[in-house]
Design a protein around this ligand. Structure first.
Ligand SMILES: Nc1ncnc2c1ncn2[C@@H]1O[C@H](COP(=O)(O)OP(=O)(O)OP(=O)(O)O)[C@@H](O)[C@H]1O
Ligand SMILES: [Mg+2]
Length: 301
């Protein structure tokens, strides 16, 4: 049996397994999952916390969520879910594991894909391997409503490609001046070099809405002046909340430990509003096309 057909066989087996474990119970509209990247210019602004808690809020609202830990260096998602991945996408690419075998289960059935450094090898796949991986991703369409991507901070190529390939890109900024200038620098590169025109802004660790809106005004005024045609959509804020830190120390989402604290309420509000976000095209959210876009961006990068 050649490598491509043995891979295909493996894919079919794991697709069947995923489907069996997750009987089709599409709670949303029957559409493919929505792919949302969460990113930032500066590190440490709360991406991992926001992804983990959003995953939990969406799960509690009855949606099926997969979190992709796309930081290729340091694993992040164990910070919030207390899971310790032993395998990552690199093992899928090597043919050692199927995609479904590396997907871990976090609290309340949230699924987690540890990306690891293997992602950078995607462009080196043979056609057969690429097709296999694409169909493994395609199999997930039926069992997910959201794919949330926790990127690393900064303007690395990898982060850019994830942001470009996703349906929505949420930029996290705080009111710290360096976080604002780094968020702007990131949008500038994505807009001017890659033609990305639409960003969602979520402001974290602020005292109130007024402070959050001033971060938004700062960024949108700069973008109106210097980034032609770019639209920054303010999608809300998460207050600075000591209970977030307490939850992090226990390696659990704040929403699980302290559901009535301010940060948890804001996360739930954001999750509810995400259900209303409009889709751009019919193929939005289709995981095969998401991965294809990512691979293509990498290849031409
Ligand atoms: N709303 C908040 N209130 C208080 N503390 C917060 C809040 N959000 C995040 N933090 C704290 O900020 C720190 C950094 O958060 P987190 O690890 O989620 O950031 P990150 O952007 O993922 O960082 P990195 O760029 O290193 O991946 C954590 O210790 C967390 O407790
Ligand atoms: Mg992080």
């Amino acid at each position: 049996m050649d490598q491509a057909s043995s891979l295909r066989k493996m894919v079919n087996k794991s697709a069947a397994r995923i489907k069996k474990e997750n009987p089709a119970r599409r709670q949303t509209s029957g559409r493919p999952p929505r792919v949302i990247s969460v990113t930032s210019g500066k590190g440490g602004v709360g991406k991992t916390n926001i992804v983990g808690n959003l995953a939990m809020a969406l799960t509690r609202l009855g949606h099926r969520v997969l979190v992709m830990d796309a930081d290729l260096g340091l694993a992040n998602i164990d910070i919030i879910f207390g899971v310790h991945p032993t395998h990552n996408i690199g093992h899928v690419i090597n043919g050692e594991k199927s995609l479904s075998e590396i997907i871990m289960e976090g609290p309340q059935g949230i699924r987690i894909i540890p990306a690891g450094s293997g992602f950078v090898n995607l462009t080196r796949l043979s056609e057969g391997q690429k097709l296999s991986l694409l169909s493994e991703f395609e199999a997930l369409d039926d069992v997910l409503d959201f794919l949330l991507i926790d990127t690393s901070a900064g303007i690395s190529e990898n982060v850019l490609y994830f942001n470009l390939a996703a349906d929505d890109c949420i930029i996290i900024a705080t009111s710290e001046p360096t976080s604002i200038t780094d968020a702007y620098a990131m949008m500038k590169v994505m807009a001017l070099e890659y033609g990305m025109k639409h960003f969602k802004l979520l402001v974290n660790m602020v005292a109130d809405e007024r402070e959050a809106k001033s971060v938004y005004m700062n960024l949108s005024q700069a973008s109106d002046r210097f980034l032609n045609g770019v639209v920054i959509e303010y999608v809300g804020y998460i207050p600075s909340d000591e209970y977030v830190k307490k939850a992090v120390r226990k390696r659990k989402p704040v929403l699980e430990l302290y559901p009535s604290t301010a940060a948890s309420k804001h996360i739930t509000k954001l999750a509810k509003s995400m259900l209303e976000w409009s889709r751009r095209t019919d193929t939005d959210g289709n995981l095969k096309f998401f991965l294809k876009r990512y691979i293509e961006y990498r290849a031409v990068g």
